[in-house]
Design a protein around this ligand. Structure first.
Ligand code: HEC
Ligand code: HEC
Length: 261
């Protein structure tokens, strides 16, 4: 079933400025956008070359990728060597499914009366924000942690922050690493958690909570002195912190019960 594809018009407006500057090899080739596409299964069969170009460059920008991400062809090679008709690259069918999904999402949006002056469309960028595979930061890091370990997850954090900070693709607020660290603690990986919490204190040195989490990891690791030092720091930053008070009492062996208001 072909859903309404009116929303695709929003690509055309954006496509008018070419963000995807062609590499020298591309501009030297004779490759042209096909007047008539041979293998469109979601877009209308008679999609003009101008429109196809706007849509395809919209895709590359929304996902932060180049043509070879979804088509058969090699990075850096002339587009004339690409096989755009082929469905062999699995990302092409993934992208088709995304198009179908957007068709139905936007059908739903058609049914609501927007509170603003104009109805807005959802499109690839709304979720992808310049990333090929959108996910929450903590999800991405935990996925890497599970398959490759702490060091790779830490490197990934630094790379993502470098590349995407301020672009809305990931939440670099203090909660994300906190979630990752506690998940690692839950899995019994104290050393990993300590490393993640340490990075969070470096990013957010003014936040008592990042120090509190780090203190907890040291406490669990049995590093009592360091844990006491850190909880004292938390208490200095936040004299109201009942948790830091309780933990200090516990670590000093005076018992939680002994702590009064
Ligand atoms: C996110 C994935 C994705 C990216 C990136 C992408 N495309 Fe596509 N492209 C598709 C999909 C999906 C179709 C088929 C749409 C359909 O079936 O309606 C398609 C179809 C085409 C077609 C029509 C082929 C035919 O004859 O049927 C051309 C030409 C094309 N793309 C060129 C490009 C170029 C050039 C780039 C880089 C600037 C590019 N695409 C980037 C997913 C992508
Ligand atoms: C509602 C949010 C949303 C929208 C809108 C959306 N995507 Fe996605 N897309 C996702 C998510 C989430 C994933 C990752 C799913 C996974 O791998 O578990 C994904 C995965 C993909 C992938 C596979 C990437 C990979 O490496 O596995 C492609 C290709 C893709 N999207 C293209 C598109 C295109 C093109 C559009 C616009 C037509 C689009 N998406 C719109 C959420 C969205």
């Amino acid at each position: 079933m072909r859903q309404s594809l009116l929303w695709i018009g929003s690509f055309a407006a954006i496509g008018s400025f070419a963000v995807l500057a062609p590499t020298p090899t591309e501009s030297q080739t004779r490759w042209h956008w096909p007047e008539k596409s041979e293998n469109l299964k979601v877009l209308p069969e008679d999609t003009s070359s101008r429109k196809l170009r706007a849509i395809m460059s919209g895709f590359t920008r929304a996902l932060g990728v180049r043509c070879e991400h979804c088509h058969v062809g090699e990075a850096g090679q002339s587009l004339s060597t690409f096989d755009f008709v082929s469905d062999e690259n699995p990302n092409k069918n993934r992208a088709r499914e995304m198009l179908r999904m957007l068709g139905s999402v936007n059908d739903h949006l058609d049914k609501i009366e927007p509170s603003g002056p104009e109805r807005t469309n959802m499109w690839c960028h709304t979720c992808h924000h310049g990333t090929p595979r959108p996910m929450r930061l903590e999800e991405a890091l935990l996925e890497t942690y599970a398959s490759k370990g702490t060091e790779d997850a830490v490197n990934q954090y630094r790379e993502l922050r470098e590349r995407y900070y301020g672009r809305g693709a990931y939440d670099f607020g203090q909660a994300s690493l906190n979630v990752v660290g506690y998940e690692m603690l839950g899995q019994g990986d104290v050393a990993g958690a300590r490393e993640i919490f340490t990075i969070n204190t470096e990013q957010f040195p003014e936040s008592p909570n990042t120090w509190d989490s780090l203190a907890e990891a040291h406490m669990i690791a049995g590093e009592t002195e360091r844990a006491i030092e850190l909880y004292e720091k938390v208490l200095q930053m936040d004299p109201e912190s009942q948790n830091a008070r309780d933990m200090l009492a516990k670590l000093r062996g005076t018992g939680t019960e002994a702590v009064t208001e």
